[in-house]
Design a protein around this ligand. Sequence first.
Ligand code: NAP
Length: 489
Amino acid sequence: MAVASQERAVLRHAPPKLYIDGEWRDGAGGETLGVEDPSTGETLAEVADATPDDARAALGAAAGAQDDFAAMAPRERGEILRRAYEVINERVDDLALLMTLEMGKTITESKQEIAYAADFFHWFAGEATRIEGGYKVAEKAPAQRVLVMRQPVGPCVFITPWNFPMAMGTRKIGPAVAAGCTMVMKPAKQTPLTMLALAAILEECGLPPGVLNVVTASSSGSIMEPLITDARTRKLSFTGSTEVGRSLIEQSAQQVLRVSMELGGNAPFLVFEDADLDAAVQGAMIAKMRNTGEACTAANRFHVHEAVAEEFGRRLADRMGAMKVGRGTQDGVEVGPLIDADQRAVVEELTRDAVSKGALVLTGGERVDGPGYFFQPTVLGDIADGARILREEAFGPVAPIKTFAGDDEAVQAANATEFGLVSYVYTQNLQRAIGVCERLETGMVGLNQGMVSNAGAPFGGVKQSGVGREGGNEGIDEYLETKYVAMTL
Ligand code: NAP
C-alpha cells in the first residue's frame, strides 16, 4: 500500500540524518535503517545508520559545546525550552501523525503524549532560573563560611525506548538544557522520526550547535558502549528494559558515571471492596489501555477483593471488548497495533500460558489477522498463582484478574515482584488508602486514579524499576553536581 500524501508530507518534519554539531549528516558508513509502520508493516522512511565513529563525533561535539552552554544565562536556556514548547504545540497535528505512523498508537494518544512531552519543556524552562546554592556561617567557626554551588554535570548520554518516542526524550533533554548540560541522544530504532523532528524544532528555537546531538542506529550496543566508557561522558540516562539497564549500569561502572535508570514495571492495580467501582473500571481502562498497554506504568495485573471481583471483571471485559482495534490514523480507532511481531508474540505467549493454567477468557485472547501487529483487548479471570503474567511485564492489552481476601494479602501480592515502578489503589477508606500507600514498594502510587504521569511530579521507580527521578523539583537534580567551597574570611 502506498503511503498517503498527507502521511508522506509529515515525514518532512524528520530529517532522515544524524544531527551532530548542528549539522544534519549521513552516517560515515553510508548505511541506512528502515523505519516501519507497525500497522501495515510498510517501510515509512530510511534514516542514517550511525557507526561508532559517528557516535564519537557526536560526543566530541557535546564535549566541545559544554563550557559555552554552561555559561549561557539560565534564562536564555529556559527561553529556548519555552519556545520549543510553543512550537511543539503549534505543530501538534503533524507531529501526532508522524508519531502514529512510526509507533502505531492512535492519533488521540499521540496528541496526549505530545502535550505531556511539551510540558517537560514548560516545566524545566522555569526550573532553569531556579537553580539554587547555599551560603552559611560554619557551624563551629564564625570566621568561616560554607558556600554550596550547583553546577551542570557535563556531557550526557541518553538512550530512549520506542513506546513514548517524544516524552521519554523531553524528560531528559528538558532538565539537561535547563541545567546547562550538553548531550548525545539515541532514540529507539523503531521510532527515530519523532526524535529527529524534535531536534529540528530545538535547532529552530535557537539551541546552539553541539548541545543536542542525535544518532540513530541499527546496532545500539556497538555505538553506545564506546560513549558510555568514554572519559568525556559524565552521565548516562536510560529509559528501557531492566535487562538492558543492568548491562548499561555495568558499563557505566568503568568511568563511575552518574546514572539515571527508568526501567521496566509490573504494576499491580488493587481494587478494595469499598472502592467506587465505576471509578475503578474507568481507572483500569486508562492504566491498562493507554498506549495499548505498552507503557512501563501499565497495570500488569489486577488484584481485586473477592466480593467485587466478578462485577469488576464483567464491567472491564464489557468496556475492553467494545474497543475498536485498527490503524491509529483511522477515525474511531481506540487501540492501535503492538510495535512489532516480537512484542505481539510475548503478549500471545503470556496469554496462552495463563489460559493453559486455568484462566478464564472474559474477552479477547487472540491476535488479529491481517497486516500489522494487532492483538485483541483481553481480560482474563481466575488467574492461577503460577501464571507468568503475574511476574512478567506483558506490555500489551491483556488484563489478568486475581482475587484477594484481605488487605495484608493484597499488599503482599502487590509487592511480590522484583519491580517497583508504580501501583494503583482504589478504595474510599482514607485510613486504608494511606496505610496501603505506605506499604507498597513502588516509587509512585495512583490513588483512585489510573495515571500518574505529570511533568511537575517526580517520576521513577524503586527495586529493579530504576534509579533517580524525572520531572518535578527532583528532575533537575539529576543534572547538577554539588560543589562545596570552604571559605575563611
Ligand atoms: P529496550 O530493549 O531496553 O530498549 C530501550 C533502548 O535501549 C532502545 O533505544 C534500544 O535501542 C536501546 N538498547 C538496547 N540494547 C542496548 C545496548 N546493548 N546498549 C545500548 N542501548 C541499547 O526496551 P524497549 O523494548 O525499547 O522498551 C520497553 C521497556 O522500557 C519496558 O520494559 C518498559 O517498562 C521500559 N520503560 C520504562 C519507562 C520508565 O520510565 N520506567 C518508560 C518507558 C519504558 P534499539 O532501538 O536499537 O533496540
